[in-house]
Design a protein around this ligand. Structure first.
Ligand code: PEP
Length: 249
């Protein structure tokens, strides 16, 4: 059985006061539901991890550096993230691939550092609108997956998030058929790389404008095991119904 997972990416939103949302979310969760991960901004990681203890909510970071340590002013290492009590880290989010010019090679190195620190890497891949319109989506996905995923991925170390860039923060969502096509393709690519058993065990998330209103439809896809949620994860009142829809899927 693959684990179902709902991850919330708060991006650069929230100060300490926002952590009250964790209490509200924890109160709304049932014990045996999907794995829930909240990825707050880095300065909140330690406090979030302390607050989330015993709630069933895990904490994740939004990025880590590709080197173990050293003269990288302003960056944070995977080991530092683990030291806060966080257990996950997002790597290769399209906003970082774009604004920080991160390559597949960088993302792969970050994922490897995350693994080395005992974190689960949520590795993001997804096509731009131009790629989609030129019918290049599956080629882009294949290239990103091949380049961003270190060897020997397992269900414990790795979650893959398919996030079409044109759907992030835009309110535009692919059709269910488009989501199914890409998720089935990712599963098949993983199977070629890792073997069928390992590929079947890895959790695949869809991300891009997931809301309480569309979550149940998206979770109908067999190879969608959860969601990476941006805007709708900031408030527990929005995120909790998405988690409920995942639990019911
Ligand atoms: C994201 O940032 O990963 C994301 C999916 O954002 P949103 O849900 O706001 O589209």
């Amino acid at each position: 059985m693959r684990r179902k997972l709902a991850a919330g990416n708060w991006k650069m939103n929230g100060t300490a006061a926002a952590l009250a949302e964790l209490d509200t979310l924890a109160a709304a969760l049932s014990g045996d539901g999907p794995q829930v991960v909240i990825c707050p901004p880095a300065p909140l990681l330690y406090r979030a991890a302390e607050k989330a203890k015993g709630t069933g909510i895990a904490i994740g970071a939004q990025d880590c550096h590709m080197q173990e340590a050293g003269a990288f002013t302003g960056d944070i290492s995977a080991a530092m993230i683990a030291d806060t009590g966080a257990r996950f880290v997002i790597v290769g989010h399209s906003e970082r691939r774009d604004a920080h010019e991160e390559s597949n090679r960088d993302v792969r190195a970050k994922a490897q550092r995350a693994w080395d620190a005992g974190l689960t890497a949520i590795i993001c891949i997804g096509e731009a609108l131009d790629d989609r319109e030129a019918d290049n989506t599956l080629d882009i996905i294949a290239g990103q997956l091949a380049g961003s995923l270190p060897d020997h991925a397992t269900a414990d170390t790795t979650v893959i998030a398919y996030e079409p860039i044109w759907a992030i923060g835009t309110g535009k969502v692919p059709t269910l058929a488009q989501i199914v096509e890409v998720h089935d393709f990712i599963r098949a690519e993983l199977s070629h790389r890792l073997g069928a058993e390992a590929a079947e065990s890895i959790t695949l998330l869809y991300g891009g404008s997931v809301k309480p209103e569309n979550a149940a439809e998206i979770f109908r896809a067999e190879n969608v095991d959860g969601a990476l949620v941006g805007g709708a994860s900031l408030k527990a009142a929005d995120f909790a119904p998405i988690i409920d829809a995942l639990a019911a899927s």
